[in-house]
Design a protein around this ligand. Sequence first.
Ligand code: NAD
Ligand code: ZN
Length: 357
Amino acid sequence: MKPIVSKDSIVYFNEDCYTALNSYLEKANHSTIFILVDSNTHEYCLPTFMSKIEKSYSIEVIEIEAGEIHKTIETCSGVWNVLSELGADRKSLLINLGGGVVTDLGGFVACTFKRGINYINIPTTLLSMVDASVGGKTGVDLGNLKNMVGVISESEMVLVDTNYLGTLPAEQMRSGLAEMLKHGLIKDQTYWKKMSDLSKLTTEDLDLLIYDSVIIKNEIVTIDPTEQNIRKFLNYGHTIGHAIESFYLTHPDLPTLLHGEAIAIGMIMEGFLSHHLLDLSKEALSEITEIILQTFPKVSIPKQYEQEIINLLIHDKKNENGTIYFVLLNKIGEATYNCTVPNDLIQKSFEYYGNIT
Ligand code: NAD
Ligand code: ZN
């Protein structure tokens, strides 16, 4: 698996990861090396990482608590303080070993500490391998508002070692699969076909699918790093998906819904919108629905909550000039951004999903 090169970074895979890292560390001559982990990656991933480092560098471990609720400026503050107390300077290196929370937060800490120190991402969840660790978006949440504070600045390198997935809980694996399905839908019909039967997946198959998914994400973010145009494609399924995700998060009476599970619902509903507003055929919509449901069984969204979720979507403060812009599909493998959708059709997309048997 050849490394994937972007404008300012490079992604290495599996056996190449540590060869690249060791030679980088040898050449770069950092004053101090820090590694950021959360409580889970400390336990499950750090021992493997340490065993791969050839020289006896002194590596300081910084641990944060696991989970999205800790992706905050307060956690950053804690990490900045530790860096400062341990004498980090402009020539220090921060290695982020973890899921999207660690890579987003660690990237932000690195880009801002002393106006920027080098950092490396080592993603340990499927979602962070195919999505969060690639493309230079870093940041933290502000209260309920996701990723409100951050910068775009690429890591020195990304090391995708799929062996870390061995300890990842099954539901976290599924969450990452949603983003991979999305990559096929927005950019590559052949990739979508490869993703269409995940039931007999071997480790080797999964490695190749991860590799291809990183290629798709990297192509998009290299052309449009600051989301002026085609990077918006990556939001497919996320407009409705985010509203559902936020709603479920704030309603303890509802079951927990991971990001990928909400996005999977969003992709089906936005497929419905694509069929009604663009050229996505009826057959393609059925195919999208069927394939997504194979991995993400239908969630029954209580009827009484539908309108509240739609209101949340319509009043989403992130929308530009009060208009909600959707990414929709012309066909499988081809997306369009900045699509507007009448409110009654959004309602119908909930009905479409609700009526699936
Ligand atoms: P996460 O980092 O919270 O990881 C999920 C859980 O898995 C955590 O409990 C974590 O401790 C645990 N974990 C991680 N690796 C493990 C391993 N190998 N074995 C066992 N447990 C492990 O969540 P995530 O899904 O990886 O990432 C979600 C975050 O990514 C969100 O904050 C989202 O905003 C961000 N994101 C960023 C981008 C971007 O472009 N920067 C893109 C997509 C998502
Ligand atoms: Zn996502």
